[in-house]
Design a protein around this ligand. Structure first.
Ligand SMILES: C[S@@+](CC[C@H](N)C(=O)[O-])C[C@H]1O[C@@H](n2cnc3c(N)ncnc32)[C@H](O)[C@@H]1O
Length: 232
């Protein structure tokens, strides 16, 4: 597990991903109507997004359920050692990969912030089916990955980050998949799969979703893409 070897706990200092997390909370989650909300965060790392939810949701919702999974024991343990407001929020966490995680709850939102680049191509269909099964009828899946064009430019400029390129076949169409290093400031170097945007749109369409919106966000020069998929 590559995350046992990097210092993801330094996210508490660098606040990396807080910009995109903030966008997801304010522009998507807080727009949900009603007094209850149920969210599952896939690959929660040290729980940075869960803490942001803990801080922001109780102002808008009375009945809050948060669940999430994180396979790195180092990250998982770091989150579990910190205080959390169990009076306001029902929390359940799993020290497992997403496909190993078992929960009966149906969620309003599932989120995956920079986690899909770690999934192997051959687990993506099962992953998308599982996400569909865990969402309620109006549920949404929020997927965040590095922006395709931004990453291509970066790999052109820094050739030593490139590892290999593959063609992945889905529904009779070919898509490009690039394996590369990502240098995360003050955290370490990780290995990611970057797949074409059109592949993710195709995958989730096939598994019963439609693409509701796709937003590019510039966080101090790093550009990501946020996909919001709703169930059909
Ligand atoms: C780039 S980090 C992002 C962490 C967190 N989502 C955030 O935004 O701070 C990717 C995380 O995905 C987790 N991960 C890797 N493979 C996974 C899998 N199969 N299921 C769930 N999480 C996974 C890693 O352990 C790591 O914590």
């Amino acid at each position: 597990m590559q995350y046992d070897k990097v210092n993801w706990q330094n996210q508490e200092k660098t606040k990396i991903n807080s910009f995109v997390n903030d966008f997801i909370i304010k522009e998507i989650i807080l727009k949900k109507k009603g007094s209850n909300v149920k969210i599952f965060d896939i690959g929660f790392g040290i729980g940075f997004f869960l803490w942001m939810l803990e801080k922001n949701l109780p102002k808008s919702f009375k009945d809050i359920t948060l669940e999430g999974c994180e396979p790195s024991y180092k990250n998982y343990k770091y989150f579990k050692q910190k205080p959390f407001d169990f009076k306001k929020i029902k929390l359940r966490t799993f020290n497992n990969t997403f496909l190993e995680t078992k929960t009966e709850v149906k969620f309003d939102f599932l989120t995956a912030v920079y986690v899909f680049p770690h999934f192997e191509f051959d687990e993506l269909e099962e992953t998308a089916e599982k996400i569909n099964g865990m969402l309620n009828g109006n549920g949404k899946f929020i997927l965040v990955v590095a922006n395709e064009k931004y990453l291509k430019e970066k790999l052109k400029a820094k050739k030593d980050l490139f590892i290999e390129e593959n063609t992945i076949k889905f529904n009779g169409k070919d898509h490009q998949e690039i394996l590369h290093y990502s240098e995360v400031p003050q955290i370490g170097t990780i290995i990611d799969y970057n797949r074409e945007e059109k592949f993710y749109v195709e995958l989730f369409k096939e598994k019963g979703f439609n693409l509701e919106s796709k937003i590019d966000l510039d966080d101090s020069g790093f550009i990501c893409t946020v996909f919001v998929f709703g169930k059909n």
